[in-house]
Design a protein around this ligand. Sequence first.
Ligand code: ATP
Ligand code: MG
Length: 317
Amino acid sequence: MKDKELGISDLPGVGPSTAEKLEAAGIDTLLAVAVSSIGILTNEAGVSDSVARKMIQAARDMLDMGFDTADEILKKRQDVNKIKTGSLGFDEVMGGGFETGAITECYGEFGSGKTQIGHQLAVNVQLPKEQGGLGGKVIYIDTENTFRPERIIQMAQKVGLDVEQALKSIKVARAYNSDHQMLLCEKAEDLLKTGEYNLMIVDSLTAHFRAEFIGRGTLSERQQKLNKHMHTLLKLADMYNCCVMVTNQVMSKPNVMFGDPTQAIGGHIVGHSSTFRIYLRKGKKGSRVAKLVDSPNLPENECMFFVNMSGIDDKEE
Ligand code: ATP
Ligand code: MG
């Protein structure tokens, strides 16, 4: 990437005051401008549509964005890292673990293990690579007040991490409504820029949206906002090679007589923006079942795992 040498002040139409406004909005690299939209730039920097269009075009030209050959993409794929889950079966289903540079959506009914998986990943990502982590820190956006440091302590002890350090490496923000949640995700970019963070969790992605937008009339507005939110997360995953894990509830589908009568909230917007989708449910004898239902390169597959006192495992403790 060439944006080390060139900056946003090299773009046409960007004088000192525009540069300042863009920076204040967190759009402070060529890449950020290149993946931005005309609407965002006109809003944030107060420039006209045509100036915004030129800025985006120029940033894309400078960055040499466009087509890559497949071997170049393969090379980029080598930067993709994986975070292990604690369960060998689960890792296998995921092709080795939760991927960086992608969004993985875990959806399922209450108590199916979504939040527990979030906690486990927040611990495991801190492990060195040889032990299934990335030696990295965590951004945790908690919308339901279910983040529990006590669980982190239990899981950290099990994998042999320094407990104090493990807690210090997780930055938690409580989101009070959907706007706040979206803002926090945008702000998270400041942390990601340090290069120390490899994992971002949004638990739950959809709960606020679901509660705030009730009824048909507001559905399209909700979907529009969710779409913008997913776009932010995708951008962060891609730009910072970060693993983004989001959780999602299910609702019952009326009129379903055969098969599973539940479906994920957020419909196709969330489903299509997620790179991997995992459906979680409670299994027999206290077990949990994780089923990979959507992935660009892995087969549909499922496994059984347990949520123990010490965390996620193949077997019950
Ligand atoms: P929701 O949709 O309500 O957020 P969820 O899918 O996030 O649900 P989790 O909070 O991940 O559900 O799972 C809760 C379950 O995890 C509990 O019902 C329990 O079975 C298990 N669990 C939580 N803490 C422990 C613990 N300390 N020891 C063993 N099992 C635990
Ligand atoms: Mg939960």
